[in-house]
Design a protein around this ligand. Structure first.
Ligand SMILES: O=C(O)C[C@@H](Cc1ccccc1)[C@H](O)SCc1ccccc1
Ligand code: NI
Length: 183
């Protein structure tokens, strides 16, 4: 199973460079990898498993976070409307987004970052993503609010961007005029 030992930490070049598109249809190996990544998220949110394997809770995981140069990530979380976002996201592309932006207070975190980074990470409030699922079918996802934040955090990983790269260097708690808190 995937444990924290398998999670690559910041500083490793694979986290700071763009990942390569995955060949479709998915090989059995890539499918198995994605299923293992999804099981990590589920285990990390399970009281027994997270305790047993000392897992940090995660709602998303990108392939380069486990050292694979592949343009794919998984998400597993429920939003405040109770909607489950269990998604295998392969070769994603953000095809449109709102002008309005939001940030997650007090700050984002990352399984690949073993330190607290203070400051706000501005994200688009709404995004439309085109991607492929485990079966190789094209899917269009329309996301807003917290779900949009999670998907942009993972999407950035595939681009080699960390959440702190987007924090204002001069004033970490300053955000653009069109950006407001999620809550
Ligand atoms: O490192 C990752 O990519 C997983 C992150 C994703 C994430 C971070 C900040 C904001 C949205 C998504 C982990 O899920 S961070 C830990 C966490 C756990 C539960 C809820 C929010 C963040
Ligand atoms: Ni992260």
């Amino acid at each position: 199973i995937i444990t924290m030992d398998d999670i690559v930490r910041e500083g490793n070049p694979i986290l700071h460079q763009p990942t390569k598109e995955v060949t479709l249809p998915l090989s059995d190996e890539d499918k198995e990898t994605l299923i293992c990544m999804m099981n990590f998220l589920k285990n990390s949110q399970d009281p027994e498993m997270s305790k047993k394997y000392k897992l940090r809770s995660g709602v998303g995981l990108s392939a380069n976070q486990i050292g694979l140069n592949k343009r794919m990530f998984v998400t597993y979380f429920t939003d405040d409307q109770g909607k489950l976002f269990e998604h295998y996201v392969i070769n994603p592309k953000i095809i449109s987004h709102s002008v309005s932006m939001i940030y997650l207070p007090p700050a984002e975190g990352c399984l690949s970052v073993d330190r607290e980074v203070q400051g706000f990470t501005p994200r688009y409030e709404r995004i439309k993503i085109k991607a492929y699922n485990l079966e190789g079918e094209e899917v269009i996802l329309k996301l807003k609010g917290y779900a949009a934040i999670v998907f942009q955090h993972e999407y950035d990983h595939l681009e080699g961007i960390m959440f702190y790269d987007r924090i204002n260097k001069e004033n970490p708690f300053q955000v653009p005029e069109n950006c407001r808190s999620l809550y």
